[in-house]
Design a protein around this ligand. Structure first.
Ligand code: ADP
Ligand code: MG
Length: 376
């Protein structure tokens, strides 16, 4: 496959913070970028060469994107997979619409994970009300998750009995769901793989992820797990990318259970919040990898240059009147990096930015990262 080189125009569906960091990486490498996002204030728009401010299924905007870009990717998994398949008729698109369709539907996703020979939590796919009229004990206590459009813990209900599960399913409007057994988690980790082809594939160091209220709060790298377990997670991520014949950056979230076994929780067909640390702490970062994969270049090297902790900055840390947090404390820490996404309005739970702290060991980085959070 012919490599796409700068100053070619690259296209991205979605202009949120992941799109903004993609644009930054692509521009630094000398590419130009067109962003499609219906929001006039999309975080990626201020850095993009062209902002097509239109709906993701706007036929004319999609035609313009296809005609003006050498390759197209996405930062947003709920983009219309058919639109991606259509774009792929004329332009190089990665990941494929088929892979995005799998990642955006928990039923298809879990089926694929199992088909690749990898474990998921015990789950029941519920496509209609008949599917839930079975023995539910193997999935209880459990979490009922909508098959589509869930993120940051949204679209999820914890249920303790069959009656609760059926009531919750009805409350969600009878849409397709999975009922997943609640597992006893020791830790959560993620591995991000970049795949260009079977021979050209690289995996980032495994991140340990701490969630608060269903939203990622901290990523700690290297994860505080045995090296052999981290290697196993990386190998599982590779295996899944291979099974999907995936091209691009694929994030894989895992549960670590009490017996140190790994279960795949979910996948994202794009760079991931838990991979933001790669910008400051790795030889290549996940956004450069996205550029490299879509352009048919070799994946960059992924070694960790320093132990690192990433902390998400949600709208909650802004003052009630919208006043900015005390950025000075981060600016005065010479081993911290602040990243803000340029969002105008801070709301509780909204991802506004993140920071990383680099230190010679991960415990020191974590201690300092947490101390900084207290002073913002
Ligand atoms: P989202 O798409 O919102 O990230 P996830 O399926 O990753 O949804 O669930 C969010 C969080 O909820 C997980 O990171 C984990 O902490 C918890 N969780 C989800 N499923 C389970 C489960 N089966 N057992 C225990 N905890 C779970
Ligand atoms: Mg998740």
């Amino acid at each position: 496959m012919q490599a796409i080189l700068p100053p070619a125009m690259l296209g991205i569906l979605g202009g949120g913070q992941l799109g903004r960091m993609f644009v930054t990486a692509a521009k630094r490498m000398g590419y130009r970028v067109t962003v499609l996002d219906p929001d006039a204030q999309a975080p990626a728009a201020e850095f993009a060469d062209v902002h097509l401010c239109a709906a993701y299924n706007d036929a004319e905007a999609l035609r313009t994107l296809a005609a003006s870009c050498a390759a197209i990717t996405t930062e947003f998994e709920n983009v219309n997979a058919d639109a991606m398949r259509e774009l792929a008729k004329t332009t190089r698109v990665s990941p494929s619409g088929d892979c995005v369709a799998i990642a955006q539907d928990r039923i298809a996703e879990k089926a694929w994970v199992n088909k690749a020979g990898l474990p998921t939590a015990p789950y029941l796919a519920i496509e209609s009300v008949e599917d839930i009229q079975v023995e539910l004990a193997p999935y209880l206590p459990g979490i009922l998750k909508t098959a589509r459009l869930g993120y940051d813990g949204k679209g999820q209900v914890r249920v303790n009995s069959a009656d609760e599960a059926r009531a919750a399913y009805a409350n969600l409007g009878g849409q397709a769901c999975v009922l997943e057994k609640m597992l006893d988690l020791k830790l959560e980790v993620s591995a991000i793989v970049t795949r260009v082809s079977s021979e050209q594939l690289s995996v980032f160091p495994v991140a340990e992820n701490i969630h608060k209220n269903g939203i990622l709060d901290e990523s700690i790298v290297p994860a505080r797990i045995a090296p052999a377990l981290a290697a196993q997670a990386q190998q599982m991520a590779r295996q899944l990318a291979e099974a999907l014949d995936y091209v691009g950056v694929l994030a894989v979230e895992f549960f670590v259970l009490a017996d140190d076994s790994l279960v795949i929780n979910e996948i994202a067909p794009r760079p991931h919040n838990s991979g933001h640390y790669t910008i400051d702490a790795c030889v290549s970062d996940q956004y450069q990898q996205q550029v490299r994969a879509m352009c048919g270049l070799l994946p960059g090297r992924t070694e960790l240059l320093s132990p690192v902790v990433m902390v998400n900055l949600l709208g909650d840390v802004w003052q009630a009147d919208g006043g900015e947090p005390n950025w000075n404390v981060l600016m005065e820490a010479p081993n911290a990096h602040l990243h803000l996404y340029g969002k105008k309005h801070a709301r509780p739970g909204r991802k506004m930015g993140h920071y990383t702290v680099l230190a010679t060991d991960v415990d020191a980085a974590l201690e300092q990262a947490r101390a900084l959070k207290e002073t913002l």
